[in-house]
Design a protein around this ligand. Structure first.
Ligand code: SF4
Length: 273
């Protein structure tokens, strides 16, 4: 299997609006209202498009502009359920689809990390293991709805994580600067003043960087898997070669035209030009 052939970004045209139905929202800075899991958002149109797509941020739905299903929506809609719209089946059919969507979303996120790891030359010693895990994970996404609902996702995630950690060590070992030794895994850095900080090659896995000031910070070669970057200020920061940074993480942060990004992500449209 060619890893680049896996569809790992959302294609709303081939999805039945699953993220707007299956997932729960809590009224907050990210969502203007509460919505229980399995209930359609009132803004979802009959054609599965968002009725306020162009005004999401203005209407208090910033969370929707940040979200990405990593291609799980179209996989569940078109593969797992064979193109059957949840609106056309029984209530039980719809519930099964909504239960399976978050499972496949997690698997597709793992596929995204594994795919990126396979692009990193420093991780070559584990490429064979990564490729095997990628194939195994992709095969899981093609199981039946019943099998997916029963899948022990945390156990599989743990197996994948062992490889991603090894990848991280290999990649960061080759990064210069003092940041390489910094292990800020899971650190509480909310609102931290990290302006201009040398975080080259640092591990920021799962770090809480909410509203941190990272302006001008040097994050080259840093591991950012699971780091919470909501409202973190990346203005003029250098993230060249930073890895395991997903588009939803970046979308939740602030930045500028001067922010340097790794090739794996694109500059969010809402960032200042
Ligand atoms: S506001 Fe739009 S994008 Fe957000 S959940 Fe509702 S329909 Fe979906």
């Amino acid at each position: 299997m060619q890893e680049q052939m896996i569809d790992l970004s959302g294609d709303c045209a081939r999805c039945f609006g699953l993220c707007c139905v299956a997932l729960p929202f809590a009224a907050s800075a990210d969502f203007a209202r509460d919505k229980p899991a399995g209930t359609p958002c009132p803004n979802l149109r009959d054609d599965h498009r968002c009725g306020i797509h162009a005004r999401l941020r203005d209407e208090g739905y910033t969370g929707c502009t940040v979200y990405d299903c990593f291609g799980a929506g179209q996989k569940v809609s078109q593969i797992t359920f064979g193109g059957r719209d949840w609106r056309d089946g029984t209530r039980e059919d719809a519930r099964r689809m909504f239960d399976v969507f978050p499972v496949v979303r997690q698997l597709h996120e793992l596929l995204w990390y594994l795919t990126e790891a396979l692009t990193l030359p420093a991780a070559r010693p584990v490429h064979a293991d990564l490729r095997r895990m990628l194939e195994r994970t992709e095969a899981l996404t093609r199981e039946t709805a019943e099998e997916l609902a029963a899948l022990d996702v945390p156990a599989h995630r743990q197996e994948v994580n062992v490889l991603l950690l090894r990848t991280s060590e290999l990649v960061r070992a080759g990064v210069g600067g003092g940041g390489r030794k910094k292990n800020r895994r899971g650190a509480d850095l909310m609102g931290a003043r990290l302006k201009g900080a040398d975080l080259r090659g640092a591990s920021l896995r799962g770090a809480y960087l909410i509203a941190a000031d990272l302006t001008g910070a040097d994050l080259r070669g840093a591991d950012l898997i699971g780091a919470d970057l909501r409202d973190a200020d990346l203005t003029d920061a250098d993230l060249t070669g930073a890895f395991f940074l997903t588009q939803p993480q970046l979308n939740a942060a602030r930045g500028s035209a001067g922010t340097r990004l790794p090739e794996s992500v694109t500059r969010p449209v809402h960032w200042a030009a």
